[in-house]
Ligand binder design. Structure first.
Ligand SMILES: Nc1nc(N)c2c(n1)CN(C(=O)COc1ccccc1N1CCC(C(=O)O)CC1)C2
Length: 181
């Protein structure tokens, strides 16, 4: 995508969409419909390996799996699930470490995107150097929350710098960029 092409070191990025109160999921789905965010997500990750947990893989409608134009690396602790995942076009691994190793040898690995969910994000915030967060101007309840970015993270910018973008369906959102040295 070249969003971060100017960076020297390879990008290990986290990308998520959250409500203003930090919800990223509810009952295995997103509690909003924001087409502009789906386009942003696709544009940012296309051409690069994506790493996700099995629940995130399951959350995509089947017609979207595997996400086209990207090596889909899916983490599952279950050997049976890993077999199923590999049969469905994913690269199935048993740990975040194995996922990162797989991504490093995949096409477009100058940028690797960790795309969810909550558990994977929590484990990855110490390792990642970039976070691209769609903040939606919406208070909602949910069962999965965005990770806390620790003290090593710096808030860089939002797009737009001030205020919000407005979606075709009236939902307001903005995209925040964080980095960690
Ligand atoms: N900012 C940010 N971060 C994230 N980690 C994620 C997102 N937004 C959005 N996500 C979802 O799970 C939601 O997706 C979908 C949900 C329902 C229908 C289609 C989709 N998608 C259409 C585009 C497809 C593609 O990219 O080809 C992927 C599936 C992960």
């Amino acid at each position: 995508s070249g969003t971060h092409a100017g960076r020297k070191e390879p990008v290990l990025g986290l990308i998520w969409a959250q409500s203003s109160n930090g919800v990223i999921g509810k009952d295995g789905d997103l509690p909003w419909h924001l087409p502009e965010d789906l386009a942003h997500f696709k544009r940012t990750t296309k051409g690069h390996p994506v790493i996700m947990g099995r629940r995130t893989w399951d959350s995509f409608p089947a017609r979207f799996r595997p996400l086209p134009g990207r090596t889909n690396i899916v983490i599952s602790g279950s050997p049976e699930r890993r077999e199923e995942l590999a049969a469905s076009g994913a690269v199935a691994v048993g740990s975040l470490e194995d996922a990162l190793a797989e991504a490093a040898s995949s096409p477009g690995s100058e940028e690797v995107w960790i795309i969810g969910g909550g558990e994977i994000f929590r484990n990855a915030t110490a390792l990642a150097n970039t976070a691209v967060v769609t903040v939606i101007d919406l208070e909602t309840d949910g069962d999965t929350f965005a990770p806390k970015l620790g003290p090593g993270w710096t808030f860089d910018a939002t797009e737009p710098a001030e205020g919000w973008l407005t979606s075709s369906n009236g939902t307001r959102y903005r995209i925040a960029l964080w980095t960690q040295q």
